[in-house]
Design a protein around this ligand. Structure first.
Ligand SMILES: CC(C)(COP(=O)(O)OP(=O)(O)OC[C@H]1O[C@@H](n2cnc3c(N)ncnc32)[C@H](O)[C@@H]1OP(=O)(O)O)[C@@H](O)C(=O)NCCC(=O)NCCS
Length: 179
């Protein structure tokens, strides 16, 4: 499998909504629980005002999108810290899609002058925690007992990837936003 990574295009929205909705429907990984329309997905993760960069991974032979990664502004994070989300096809995980996306995303984030990238992951999402750990993210904080729609409480783990010395500092004001 050969994967190329490119910037998202507006016409990718329906395929990406389908890809993400399959992950949501399977459950147990992403904190997202409601399906997205193409329009909602575009506004939230692809090219809306709070999106900094969105990348897609495409398999060259089939031209099929295998995953996407979005970096955006999160309301309670400082402007120099982007918030990341990564999604690979449910039938195609652990084939290097997420890693290929992040190699390019780290370069894009540096070019934007960001100091760090935040990832917030459900504590029961072992695949997500392992994935971000493999990319070099380190634990930064935990928000305890965030309810899912069914009332089940699941901790959220916040991991950071430092892009600069500044981003490496353990700034307590940034921890408090998750308390
Ligand atoms: C997490 C996710 C993006 C990883 O994508 P991926 O394409 O499978 O990741 P890669 O193949 O690049 O894996 C990179 C590393 O993470 C590890 N990893 C990925 N998924 C894993 C899993 N389910 N369990 C254990 N380790 C896992 C791989 O073993 C790999 O390590 P290696 O480089 O030593 O082989 C993908 O599983 C996914 O979309 N999950 C559902 C959505 C989600 O949970 N996103 C994260 C929260 S936003």
């Amino acid at each position: 499998m050969t994967i190329i990574v490119r910037l998202v295009a507006p016409e990718d929205a329906p395929a990406l909504a389908e890809l993400l909705n399959a992950i949501i429907a399977r459950g147990g990984t992403t904190a997202l629980e409601d399906a997205f329309s193409s329009e909602q997905l575009a506004e939230t993760y692809l090219n809306g005002p709070n999106v900094l960069v969105c990348l897609v991974a495409v398999e060259t032979d089939s031209a099929r999108i295998e995953g996407f990664q979005t970096l955006g502004r999160y309301p309670n994070l400082p402007d120099n810290i982007g918030d990341i989300g990564t999604f690979a096809r449910v039938d195609g995980t652990q084939r290097g899609v997420g890693s290929a996306l992040f190699a390019e995303m780290a370069a894009q984030a540096r070019a934007l002058g960001l100091s760090a990238i935040n990832a917030t992951i459900r504590s029961d999402n072992i695949g997500g925690l392992t994935f971000y750990g493999k990319q070099g993210f380190v634990d930064f904080g935990v928000t305890h007992g965030v309810p899912l729609k069914d009332g089940k409480l699941v901790d959220r783990v916040h991991k950071r990837f430092a892009l600069s010395i500044e981003g490496n500092q353990n700034d307590k004001t940034q921890v408090e936003v998750f308390a």
